[in-house]
Design a binder for this molecule. Structure first.
Ligand SMILES: [Zn+2]
Length: 322
């Protein structure tokens, strides 16, 4: 069970405010308008999903096509759109992610594990960039796509499996995963166990304090990922008291500009979400075109304002293992 309003923060165990900060509905729940309540933690400032959703129920809310891949069914128009999105958003983001790691590691020839790697497109990019990269993922279709279609070293394993096998890496990354985890402290501690001393941990998380999440508040697409998003961390949660995990913070940044702006566009236009758009035929191509290519413009000034502060709707936190 996820912490109720009278219980504790799932991250720092602080007390949650009694009154919900936002009541949101799942943007992917076409027709099913279940309200989800986010309560702010009085200690770390994160927003915690309350209301007794369990992990088993949560797993049923992931639509097919939740993760972007280049393998979705559809005609030439949809394929062309996918290619445009790949070039405009995903490829640029993954390259930027690789450059950030290179900047902190001072090179490329390192052993890297991406935890919760989805369809493996980032692992493939990291491999092409020069990292010795592999991924783990718990979604069977995603692993199948990554291993068979992309030819990546992506396996159907849990983080626990890797810890038990005493694996060790120079770099461990986890992009947009922590906010799905109901016991994030255990998850971070396990990520650290996989790192060599001096190794690098990179976590990308949605951030409660970013401009765009404050402006859109409960209508922001990353809050409306409830119940899959069980918490939205604060800057304080990601930066204070992290020594207890054996980590030191060495940097943070907003994710690349267009990707950051795309969260604002999905907040304005939720029907453009990939999992919805692929379901509704030709209308979906239109939703995606508007959402990904037009509605992204109003998000750019917000994303720019966030990037100057080094935080964003998604923020990368880079830590070194002591
Ligand atoms: Zn807390």
């Amino acid at each position: 069970m996820i912490a109720g309003p009278d219980l504790q923060c799932i991250f720092c165990r602080g007390a949650l405010d009694k009154t919900p900060r936002f009541i949101v509905t799942d943007k992917l729940a076409l027709g099913r308008k279940i309200p989800y309540r986010f309560h702010r933690c009085s200690l770390c400032g994160s927003d915690i999903l309350a209301g007794g959703v369990d992990e088993g129920e949560n797993s049923k809310t992931y639509e097919e096509n939740y993760m972007f891949s280049m393998d979705e069914k559809g005609g030439r128009l949809r394929k062309a759109l996918q290619k445009a999105e790949w070039n405009l958003f995903y490829k640029r983001t993954y390259l930027s992610d690789a450059r950030l790691i290179e900047k902190y590691m001072g090179g490329r020839r390192f052993r890297l594990l991406d935890v919760g790697c989805g369809s493996g497109l980032r692992v493939k990019c990291f491999g092409e960039y020069g990292f010795d990269a592999r991924g783990i993922e718990t979604s069977h279709p995603a692993v199948e796509y990554a291993a068979n279609k992309l030819g990546c070293d992506v396996r159907l394993r849990s983080l626990r499996d890797c810890v038990i096998a005493r694996e060790s890496y120079d770099i461990v990354t986890s992009y947009a995963v922590l906010e799905h985890i109901t016991d994030p402290s255990v998850f971070i501690a396990d990520l650290v166990k996989l790192l060599k001393p001096g190794g690098l941990l990179l976590l990308r998380v949605p951030l409660a304090g970013s401009f765009q999440m404050r402006i859109f508040a409960g209508s922001h697409s990353l809050y409306r990922e409830a119940p899959r998003h069980v918490w939205i961390p604060s800057f304080k949660a990601m930066t204070e008291n992290i020594e207890k995990f054996g980590l030191s913070l060495i940097g943070h940044r907003s994710e690349p500009l267009l990707s950051a702006a795309s969260h604002a566009s999905l907040s304005l236009f939720p029907m453009a979400a990939n999992a919805i758009a692929v379901k509704v035929g030709l209308r979906g191509v239109f939703y995606r075109l508007v959402g990904a290519l037009l509605a992204v413009f109003p998000g750019i000034p917000l994303a720019l304002a966030d990037s100057f502060r080094g935080v964003g709707a998604h923020t990368d936190f880079v830590y070194r293992k002591s």
